[in-house]
Design a protein around this ligand. Structure first.
Ligand code: UDP
Ligand code: MG
Length: 316
């Protein structure tokens, strides 16, 4: 019999755990043709998440707890789930039931039809705030425009099914800066999509503030394309040339005025244009510098080559 692994990152989810297991056990009990494993990755929770998980594990032997030494972040938790899960087929889902567990039936149905990746797409995000929906819409638009040959599907977050073959490919990638929703389409394989309505979080609060959403957007862009870097370079060269031409023109003007003995007027005129030019060029330089910095900081992280996460306990 094939084994199905559910991968569930959990950070300070003590309020959600009873609800989650009630719902997920109800769904999993209806699935008879797989053995099951629920890989709960405790991402350094500071509340009772780990204690509760250990309690539930006493009653349910399918629970596999992977506990980090501290909070490493959602993407790291997903990566650890993939490394530790034993299944032939895996499903990633959030612990807050925003990814409705009933969709698992549809995911497995498509898997039976021969798809190795089954995305779960959010078709209705009314449960998310207006700002979250708008920024998310922009995020998916920009990523799918920029990622070129990799087709990053819109409104597909982490909830999806993958065959072991796909997971092995993702596990073997060397990079530390991982955005799972960009890596899966990078890996490719026969893919399809099912749709679902995103539920409201019943308990607890989102861990994604706008700062972490910007970080996710930055990571997604930098990890999937170098075109901003190329544009920054072009911009720098173009405006570099323009500003040096401007400088030559300014100097010429200045000398002409000097020779014609109109020094005072020429000087004022020259200074004003030079200042305006300088401010304009400075803004371009800062923009280019910012883009370079985004890439450079990630090269730094990659070259440090630290592990993505540190596991404190692994209770199978
Ligand atoms: N999560 C995590 N580490 C973090 C933040 C979140 O493992 O540092 C988990 C969290 O417990 C949940 C999932 O990632 O299972 C999604 O988080 P959340 O619901 O806060 O995000 P949202 O649904 O608001 O995007
Ligand atoms: Mg959530």
């Amino acid at each position: 019999m094939k084994k199905l692994s559910l991968i569930v990152p959990m950070y300070n989810e003590e309020e959600m755990i009873p609800l989650f297991f009630e719902k997920i056990e109800e769904v999993l009990n209806q699935i008879k043709d797989y053995t099951k494993e629920i890989v709960c990755v405790n991402d350094g929770s500071r509340d009772k998440t780990l204690e509760l998980l250990k309690e539930y594990k006493k009653k349910n032997n399918d629970i596999h707890i992977v506990s980090f030494s501290r909070n490493f972040g959602h993407e790291a938790a997903v990566a650890a789930g993939f490394k530790c899960a034993k299944g032939d087929v895996m499903i990633v889902m959030d612990a807050d039931l925003q990814d409705p567990p009933e969709v698992i039936f549809e995911l497995l149905e498509k898997y039976k039809e021969g798809y190795l990746v089954v995305n779960a797409k959010r078709v209705d995000r009314k449960s998310d705030s207006f700002l979250k929906r708008t920024t998310a819409a922009w995020y998916y638009k920009i990523i799918s425009k920029m990622s070129g040959k990799i087709k990053v599907p819109e409104n597909v977050g982490n909830y999806r099914l993958m065959d072991r073959k796909v997971v092995d490919e993702i596990n073997s990638l060397p990079e530390k800066n991982r955005v799972f929703r960009v890596l899966v389409p990078y890996a490719g394989f026969k893919t399809t999509t099912v749709e679902f309505v995103r539920a409201k979080r019943p308990k607890g609060e989102t861990h994604y503030n706008y700062k972490s959403m910007f970080k996710l957007a930055g990571d997604s862009i930098v990890s999937s394309t170098v075109s901003p870097l190329k544009w920054a370079l072009k911009l720098a060269i173009f405006f570099g040339l323009i500003s040096s031409m401007g400088l030559v023109a300014d100097l010429t003007l200045f000398i002409i005025h000097l020779v014609n003995n109109q020094f005072l007027f020429g000087f004022n005129f020259g200074v004003l244009t030079i200042i305006l030019c300088m401010f304009f060029c400075l803004s371009i330089v800062l923009l280019v510098l910012g883009i370079f910095g985004e890439y450079l900081s990630r090269i730094m992280i990659e070259s440090q080559n630290r592990p993505m996460f540190i596991i404190d306990e692994d209770l199978e």
